[in-house]
Ligand binder design. Structure first.
Ligand SMILES: Cc1cc2nc3c(=O)[nH]c(=O)nc-3n(C[C@H](O)[C@H](O)[C@H](O)COP(=O)(O)O)c2cc1C
Length: 419
């Protein structure tokens, strides 16, 4: 898995280097290279939609080359996002380089920032170590209509850390604070411009951070207060250190401790008074079902839980009223997989490799007798047409089996084996 993450992060950062000129399209907004001025503290607790989320929410993790525009649309549809019992409560984009967005080559990156209304609330995740680029990118993200900006301060990939971004921020809290403040300023600046233009008050979109519990060792007591001092709207804590990558089980006791730190923390409000910190805290790591997420919320007191790898091949994951094992036939499962593949090709086929879909196939085609043989064929396919052909053939050859749910398929297999 780590290898996969590395490859994905690498591929992603390589894409950043592929510049295409867009002229000075966005240049009018903020002068690049200008320093970030003395922070202007937003005139209110700028926590946007975060403050209204009822405690106990579940959100979708940002995952490069996984939670892309196609998969997010599938999740919004099949998890009934926005409807009662549906979810997730918040979506994240994949991480996007603020340096890339601030460059002339931003065009490819803007494709990663496409979203539909059904995905709201949605936050754009950015990374950089350059405050001026963060300010520019935050302004741009606000102008695109996002509900929030999230800053990646946990990515362990070497190519990201080399830029001083991702987990490298844990080693330099002062710079991390400047980057956060720059994002808040970019959002505020856009809101002020928009307010002037429309004659109504436009609120700046909130800023959040996603990080780990420390770099080489647990550093909650020093690192978390530095972040909370910035009065951010939400802090997501991946319950491992940078050094641990994903090699050890997530340690949720660190999420519980972060809650205590938050509860004892004071921040300055717009009037300069010290007030209780109200930053929401989300825990993250190794959660694979909604039931597990709710257990974590009970055990740690965290406001919400973020789910990453648990959603591979399960766009229905966040629908609390839906039990795929009992409610979904294998045929329907395969149809949804095809729908996902076609959407991926339609939206991203010209810029992303078809092979990226294969990690989803592994998860869609799993849990019944004969799934492995089908999976092997799908792994060898090179195009959407081949995938369609393989699925059609399977549905003809296994016409009884594909009408079963996974729960019933176990039973079906039992009868077939005993015939
Ligand atoms: C393929 C992959 C890509 C990822 N990309 C990002 C990313 O773009 N931004 C980020 O903050 N974390 C990223 N992560 C980390 C996840 O958001 C999450 O913190 C991690 O997978 C642990 O949660 P989980 O156990 O629920 O998967 C990625 C993880 C994976 C597996």
């Amino acid at each position: 898995m780590i290898q996969t993450i590395r490859v994905l992060y690498k591929r992603y950062s390589d894409a950043l280097l592929k510049s295409t000129a867009l002229g000075g399209f966005f240049a009018r907004r903020i002068k690049l290279g200008s320093g970030v001025s003395r922070p202007q503290i937003p005139p209110h607790d700028n926590h946007g939609f975060w403050k209204d989320l009822p405690k106990g929410f579940c959100v979708l993790a940002p995952m490069a080359d996984v939670t892309d525009v196609a998969f997010r649309r599938m999740i919004a549809k099949y998890s009934r996002m926005g409807a009662q019992g549906g979810g997730p409560a918040v979506m994240w984009t994949e991480f996007v380089s603020a340096d890339g967005l601030a460059s002339k080559g931003r065009e490819v990156l803007l494709r990663d920032l496409a979203f539909t209304e059904n995905e709201r609330p949605i936050v754009a995740q950015l990374f950089t170590s350059k405050p001026e680029n963060m300010k520019f990118a935050a302004h741009l993200v606000a102008s695109l209509g996002f509900d929030g900006i999230d800053i990646n301060m946990g990515c362990p990939d070497k190519s990201i850390e080399k830029q001083g971004s991702g987990a490298a921020h844990i080693k330099n809290p002062e710079l991390a604070q400047k980057v956060i403040r720059a994002a808040q300023e970019g959002a505020l600046e856009y809101a002020q411009e928009k307010s002037k233009e429309t004659g109504t008050t436009v609120e700046p979109i909130p800023v959040s951070v996603k990080t780990r519990v420390g770099y080489n060792k647990v550093e909650l007591e020093t690192w978390i207060p530095k972040i909370l001092d910035m009065n951010i709207a939400n802090l997501t804590i991946h319950a491992r250190t940078r050094k641990e990558m994903s090699n050890v089980p997530a340690r949720w006791e660190h999420v519980a401790r972060s809650l205590e730190i938050r509860n004892n923390h004071k921040v300055r409000n717009a009037q300069g008074e010290l007030v209780q910190c109200t930053t929401r805290i989300i825990g993250n790591g190794d959660v694979t079902s909604l039931a597990q997420a709710h257990d974590k919320i009970k055990q740690t007191g965290c406001d919400g839980v973020m789910i990453g790898r648990g959603i591979f091949g399960s766009p229905w994951f966040f629908d609390s009223a839906f039990n795929a094992e009992h409610d979904l036939t294998i045929r329907r499962r395969l149809e949804i997989m095809l729908e996902h593949t076609r959407l991926f090709m339609e939206l991203l086929g010209d810029i992303k490799n078809f092979a990226l879909m294969k990690k989803h196939y592994k998860a869609y085609v799993h849990g019944w007798h004969g799934a492995k043989e089908l999976r092997i064929k799908l792994m060898e396919a090179q195009s959407v047409q081949e995938i369609e052909g393989i699925v059609a053939e399977y549905c003809v050859n296994e016409k009884d089996l594909v009408e079963c749910t996974l729960a019933r398929a176990q039973h079906h297999t039992h009868i077939m084996l005993n015939k």
